[in-house]
Design a protein around this ligand. Structure first.
Ligand code: HEC
Length: 202
């Protein structure tokens, strides 16, 4: 091996190690996924656990205001019960503008959407490492899981002529800029996003 190729090999290894932002944090991808999965499951179970009985008892008109309150409340509750975790839901077509994606969320939304366009298999999860921060309590990674449209969701996210007029009227009153109708069962609806920070012991 000549001098030049040693230099370029060295440069390559420096470059490669720079591409592994996980390296100098104490959280590895396996742990990010474990904590992310736990948080995402808690949110899904919590949302469905509230939505299904409310829909049964009073239909979507009764469930909708609850959804407005319960969605954010549940994400806060789940975030609070798991240290170092913060959960959101986001989509490329939001109902509540507070759930709008940021630049990194948009990049991940595109990854999931292009999988759909190519008929490639939709990823079941996705991890993005965040730029390093001086704050040791700042999140180091984001864990994402897709949210898919089921029959139940069509009551409030289906085609406008499928949604009961009184439900549609309430949606339009509460969310004048709503973009989250027109879905079909099986569609990709959006993402659960879990921001994960190191625990105090790490
Ligand atoms: C009873 C009506 C109702 C049903 C049923 C419903 N949603 Fe929603 N959904 C809403 C409302 C209202 C919001 C806005 C919540 C808020 O203010 O944060 C929302 C927000 C969301 C968001 C956050 C992004 C955004 O658009 O603001 C996602 C993702 C979502 N719903 C997915 C689903 C999925 C998946 C299902 C089925 C499992 C479902 N929803 C069932 C009413 C409903």
């Amino acid at each position: 091996m000549n001098y030049r190729s040693v230099i370029s090999l060295f440069a390559l290894s420096v470059l490669l190690s720079a591409c592994q932002p996980a390296q100098d944090t104490k959280l590895d991808e396996k742990e990010i996924k474990q904590r992310g999965q736990k948080a995402a499951t808690a949110l899904k179970v919590g949302l469905l656990g509230q939505l299904q009985p409310a829909m049964k008892a009073g239909g979507p008109v009764a469930a909708l205001p609850m959804c407005k309150v319960a969605g954010p409340a549940l994400t806060t509750a789940a975030s609070d019960s798991m240290p170092g975790i913060s959960i959101r839901r986001t989509s490329d077509r939001v109902r509540n503008p507070d759930n709008a994606p940021d630049a990194l969320d948009r990049k991940v939304l595109e990854i999931f959407q292009s999988a759909k366009g190519n008929k490639a298999e939709l990823p079941t999860e996705h991890v993005e490492w965040l730029p390093k921060s001086k704050d040791s309590k700042a999140p180091v990674a984001r864990y994402y899981q897709p949210l898919m449209i089921k029959e139940l969701c069509l009551n409030c996210h289906g085609a406008k002529d499928q949604i009961k007029p009184e439900v549609l009227a309430l949606i339009q009153k509460l969310y004048p800029d709503d973009q989250a109708t027109g879905y079909q069962a099986g569609d990709f609806r959006g993402l659960i996003r879990v921001d994960i920070a190191p625990l105090a012991s790490q």
